[in-house]
Design a binder for this molecule. Sequence first.
Ligand SMILES: Cc1cc2nc3c(=O)[nH]c(=O)nc-3n(C[C@H](O)[C@H](O)[C@H](O)COP(=O)(O)O)c2cc1C
Length: 200
Amino acid sequence: MSTLLQINTSLHSDRGASSQLAGRYVKRWQAAHPDGTVVLRDLAATPVPHLTAERFQAFLETPETRTPGQVRVVAESDTLIEELKQADEVVLGLPMYNFGVPSTLKAWIDHVARAGVTFRYTGHGPQGLLQDRRTLVFAARGGQYRGTPADTQSAYIERFLNFIGIHDIEFIYAEGLNLGDAPRRDALNQAHREIEGLAA
Ligand SMILES: Cc1cc2nc3c(=O)[nH]c(=O)nc-3n(C[C@H](O)[C@H](O)[C@H](O)COP(=O)(O)O)c2cc1C
């Protein structure tokens, strides 16, 4: 039985354009995997806290020396990592906010990047510890950045996923969503066509 993890990061939860595009693909996936399980992690509805020094210290302590509060912090991080590990496929809704990723997604990343758990350093550099899995990223943007140096967002997401061992990544873009009705309609139609073309 297959499992798909859908991570929504829009401020508007499932009403955001990125979540809607991701959801459109997930519907197709469900039709193709009637016995499959979809796990939804909505970071707007349930934000992961910022990684403060206090929370990071919980990761550094050994299990024997952790306080009850630190045990809870590590358990929250473990839950996020376990969701990823269990997923045969990952779907990420990715809005662009202020030229970067939503801060809730950054907080999620900060709790998933765990030395010795999702990556480790070797004499040859960092090594991702997760198995590779298909990951689809649905990027929604008010402006247009794709393929230009201004698109630091895609490179960042790709680099982070590579860092933890995920390389099978595909981006589906809907850009220019705030440039007027016609450009928005065209961008969404194009993204919909791409979604229809994806193997589910
Ligand atoms: C707080 C905020 C910041 C934004 N910053 C940018 C930006 O830097 N560049 C851009 O192209 N669009 C920006 N936008 C527009 C969003 O990328 C666009 O509305 C997109 O649809 C957001 O995805 P969502 O609908 O899934 O939330 C911003 C929107 C909001 C609400």
